[in-house]
Design a protein around this ligand. Structure first.
Ligand SMILES: Nc1nc2c(ncn2[C@@H]2O[C@H](COP(=O)(O)OP(=O)(O)OP(=O)(O)O)[C@@H](O)[C@H]2O)c(=O)[nH]1
Ligand SMILES: [Mg+2]
Length: 367
């Protein structure tokens, strides 16, 4: 059992110039905290320094790891250590003074059972000091892309200075975290959001490191790959891809049903050929929409709804409105914008598909 309820976890790799100072500053500025330094056997002896401090101060702990496995792995090890000691809130923090110790109290206060708190560079009152334009644009751009493609509802989605409640760690599997390195920060936020934890931000003034070396270069492409992997694993993205595949298959079904049906009708009834075509088209639409409903129910949305007739009717309504939207979009593109038919087809299909997907996801197949 620790002496306090809150544990600050600081991963270190070659931070001998910073570690003692940051520990002193934390105890000066923050209340009710213990510190765990997770050191990956830094060659510069950071671990030794912490060991000495820990001998004299019961609030300081060292978790020594034998090899450098990345920021994410270090945090997971630190958090698990803290869980086993009964801590209630866990703060992730860098050793290099980028994360201001004076922001610790507000950050911890913001964090509760249902909330992950973020020390944010990108909300009012927050900012970055000491970065050149290039680094700033890189970071801002990465943050923008991450927020866009993963739909993370925080202004600073790549922040490293955060406070997590124990409840969050209990609701996820820390060993299943995929990111070994810097993308860890993003993966944790995504998990928090997906597990219905609130994300709240408090502004920080982020300062560039003064002493020691940065380890981020070379990590960027690995992190970017992981962000795209997380994107492809998102439930709504997977559903959208399945929905599009079902749409493609049923466009074929529509064509395959239409022709024999038209020939059959031509032989059965003596009506105007255009009328017969329209009837055959309407029937083939119904067949392909029903087959589409069935595939989406079983595969895309794995629906367990008992009232199949109601669900199917909703799907048909959405499909018919989708058809109208398709025609309207085609009209706008070809007649109003005066673009070529091909663009009309592509845009109309895309618009209708988005409509169909979102309404079916949030209405027809809503649990
Ligand atoms: N244990 C451990 N700590 C690491 C590892 N990589 C980075 N760190 C620590 O994680 C924190 C953040 O790393 P930084 O190198 O400051 O990364 P950054 O903040 O993105 O970049 P700079 O501030 O420019 O250096 C620091 O305390 C590092 O010592 C690692 O592989 N293992
Ligand atoms: Mg740093």
């Amino acid at each position: 059992m620790g002496t306090e309820k809150n544990l600050i976890v600081i991963p270190t790799y070659n931070e001998k110039g910073n570690i003692k100072k940051i520990i002193d500053e934390i105890f000066n500025k923050a209340d009710g905290v213990d510190i765990l330094v997770v050191d990956d056997s830094s060659p510069d002896g950071t671990g030794k320094i912490v060991e000495e401090i820990a001998k004299k101060n019961k609030k300081v702990h060292l978790l020594n790891r034998t090899k450098k496995e990345g920021l994410g792995r270090a945090y997971v090890a630190g958090f698990k250590w803290g869980m086993s000691k009964g801590y209630e809130k866990f703060i992730s923090m860098d050793a290099d003074f980028s994360h201001p110790p004076e922001a610790l109290n507000p950050l911890i206060a913001l964090c509760d059972d249902q909330t992950v708190a973020i020390g944010s560079r990108y909300i009012r009152g927050g900012r970055i000091v000491g970065w050149d334009v290039k680094r700033y644009i890189n970071s801002w751009g990465a943050n923008f892309v991450v927020r866009l493609i993963l739909a993370i509802k925080a202004k600073d989605a790549t922040a490293g200075f955060k406070c997590y409640p124990l409840e969050f760690f209990k609701s996820i599997d820390l060993d299943a975290i995929q990111a070994a390195g810097y993308a860890f920060q993003v993966e944790m936020l995504l998990l928090a959001q997906e597990n219905k934890f609130k994300l709240k931000e408090t502004p920080i003034i982020f300062k560039d490191r003064v002493t020691g070396e940065s380890k981020i270069s070379g990590e960027l492409s690995k992190s970017a790959k992981l962000v795209f992997k997380l994107f492809s694993q998102k439930k709504s993205v997977r559903q959208f891809v399945k929905f599009a595949i079902v749409g493609g298959i049923n466009t074929l079904v529509d064509w395959v049903v239409y022709l024999p049906l038209r020939i059959l009708l031509q032989n059965l009834v003596s009506l105007d050929i255009q009328l017969i075509r329209q009837i055959a088209k309407a029937l083939s639409f119904v067949v392909s929409a029903l087959s589409s409903y069935y595939m989406n129910r079983k595969w895309t949305f794995a629906s367990k709804e008992k009232k199949v007739a109601v669900e199917a009717s909703k799907f048909m309504i959405v499909a018919i409105v989708g058809l109208l939207i398709n025609s309207a979009a085609f009209y706008v593109v070809t007649a109003y914008l005066d673009w070529i038919e091909f663009y009309g087809l592509v845009i109309a299909t895309a618009v209708a598909m988005f409509w169909n997907f979102f309404v079916n996801k949030n209405w027809t197949f809503k649990k």
